[in-house]
Design a protein around this ligand. Structure first.
Ligand SMILES: [Zn+2]
Length: 438
């Protein structure tokens, strides 16, 4: 057997249906895909390879998928904290965005986000922001994956002045990246409270025709539900259903306010939920009933949300928070077991984004999107159960090697395609400009 790359870790956690944990197995990669997973003794004898890498004390996991973020908002990290969602948005974030967001900010912010995400093991993110064509280009240049959101809000911004213009720009983006190996697109109507029925109607028709996902903030807070009842006479999810958007292409972010019937409706529709526990905690938005959703059969993925409401893009941290919070909310320590939390951050993310044939688990034929974590640090010793260490003890510093489609993007903790020094200088310059006028 001929491979381009052969990895010899101590453990492999493939995140497959059988929830296996393989010890002393190796992984062969060819043409950017996983060619074989076999016992290391056999691999050493049978696989010819251009490059072999010894990874003692390391565990391989699938590349993490951040299923909801606003990557350029890294440049607004720490600008306004400790405020409720609508005050934070209306008085701080939206004014700052109106003043500052342009293609240059988006380019620098995306590159900073990509650097932070790759270094913490994230290989793909689902983005919602203005100038997504700039984000898509920066991500493709870095060799990472992303789903670029075709954003839409009712109100005008520097990016677009009407729902029609948002849509037109989104469709241009979709056409440009139609056949790209790393970049997908999704409709990204911001939220029920910022998008009216007409544009939702258009999006539903187009999403059906084009077969792309619809990524939206939904049931983020109690106030959102109350406002919808007042203005539309129905809860936001009921409105989304009435508009024909409750189906397998719905990627509903947050979902902290859910009645039993709504959980059942989400399950019946094969809709997806993206849980963003740290953002929900920081904004005191409420608690997504993750264990109940999973029990009902709903696919629940994980996201960090933007860096202005988290304030990091660290999926390793998000996995731990998910497991801990899920137990607390369910009132049961056996809710959200470690392997489930890891699956939410990998395979469930790929499912939500419609790319689970390509990525999300370490299985033969899938893209070689791989993270190697070094568990030899004091924080993760001794190792009885590698998944327990990954979820409850490891941090992003233990991410040492990252590959996307077989290409190594992080080597020994450092990026191979992104220039850290230049990115940090640009980010600092933006910080000084924004702070100077705030
Ligand atoms: Zn968000």
């Amino acid at each position: 057997m001929q491979a381009d790359l052969l990895l010899h870790p101590q453990w492999i956690v493939p995140v497959d249906a059988a929830e296996r944990i393989l010890t002393d197995h190796s992984m062969a990669v060819a043409d950017g895909r996983i060619l074989a997973i076999l016992p290391t003794v056999e691999a050493r004898a049978a696989v010819e390879t251009a490059q072999a890498l010894e990874l003692p004390g390391h565990v391989l996991i699938p590349g993490l998928i951040n299923a909801h973020t606003h990557s350029p908002m890294t440049l607004l990290r720490g600008l306004a904290d400790d405020l409720p969602l609508m005050t934070w948005l209306n008085e701080h974030i939206w004014p700052a965005e109106q003043r500052w967001v342009d293609p240059e900010l988006v380019r620098t912010g995306t590159r900073l986000a990509a650097l932070e995400m790759l270094k913490s093991g994230t290989v793909c993110f689902n983005d919602m922001y203005f100038y997504a064509e700039v984000t898509a280009k920066a991500v493709a240049e870095a060799g990472m994956r992303a789903v670029a959101g075709m954003i839409l809000v009712d109100f005008p911004t520097r990016f677009a002045d009407s729902p029609n213009e948002y849509l037109r720009k989104g469709l241009e983006l979709h056409d440009r990246y139609r056949d790209h190996a790393l970049i997908r697109t999704a409709f990204a109507p911001h939220a029920p409270y910022s998008v009216s029925d007409r544009p939702f109607d258009r999006i539903r028709t187009l999403a059906d025709e084009m077969d792309v996902q619809v990524h939206i903030h939904l049931h983020e807070t109690h106030d959102e539900v109350v406002q919808s009842l007042r203005e539309h006479g129905e809860r936001p999810l009921a409105r989304i259903e009435r508009l024909g958007l409750l189906g397998p292409s719905l990627v509903a972010v947050h979902m902290t306010q859910l009645e039993d019937a709504e959980i059942e409706a989400m399950a019946r529709a094969n809709a997806h939920v993206v849980h963003c526990p740290e953002s929900n905690l920081k904004l005191a938005s409420g608690f997504c009933p993750t264990a109940r959703l999973l029990d009902a059969g709903v696919n629940v993925a994980l996201g960090t949300d933007g860096a202005a409401s988290n304030n990091d893009l660290d999926m390793m941290g998000e996995i731990q928070t998910t497991a801990l919070l899920g137990k607390g909310v369910a009132g049961s320590p056996s809710a959200l077991p470690a392997y489930t939390a890891l699956r939410m951050a990998t395979l469930n993310g790929a499912r939500a984004l419609g790319i689970d044939q390509e990525t999300g688990s370490l299985e033969i034929g899938k893209s070689a999107d791989i993270v190697a974590l070094d568990l030899r640090d004091p924080d993760t010793q001794p190792v009885y159960h590698p998944v327990s260490q990954i979820v409850y003890a490891a941090g992003r510093d233990q991410v040492k090697q990252v590959w996307v489609a077989g290409r190594q993007l992080i080597r020994d903790g450092e990026p191979t395609t992104l220039d850290s020094t230049a990115i940090l200088e640009d980010a600092k310059a933006w910080g000084m400009r924004i702070a100077g006028e705030e």
